[in-house]
Design a protein around this ligand. Sequence first.
Ligand SMILES: [Fe+2]
Ligand SMILES: [Fe+2]
Length: 162
Amino acid sequence: MIRYRKKLEHVKTIGAAIINSPEYEKAAKQPHHFRGNVAAHMINTAYYSYCICGFLNKLGIRTCTDELIISCLCHDLGIVGNRRNKYVTGPDCIKNHPIDSIPIAERLMGSLTPRQENSILMHMWPLAPSHPRYREGVILSFVDKYCSVLESSGLLKPAAVL
Ligand SMILES: [Fe+2]
Ligand SMILES: [Fe+2]
């Protein structure tokens, strides 16, 4: 349990500027995947991506872990307030919410690296056709789907309360 808490603390330290923002307060109030909310989903995604990076690093596969944590914590910010209003259809939402996440992430972080920007923009792959350019983006895309399915089914305990 302590190990989990340490990892979660790292995520929260790296992402403090995002997690403590008014945008995250709004994200915490918006339901997501039936049982959770947008903020908890992004923290889940960051936490499990961080775990996967640790595993890959042990295998000698290097990752820009802290950059990935930021991408994870921002990837669905564009959906906040827009899910029912701006996006008319499911495909419209799939296509546009990653694009809408970028200016919010840039505002919160000051700027994004090309790796962070591409990972956020491509995070709906493989549901969207364009794939991520970076290893970190592939991790985000897969962990996002993993968390989405398990959050919806109630099987995934939110990392935020570990
Ligand atoms: Fe998304
Ligand atoms: Fe997501």
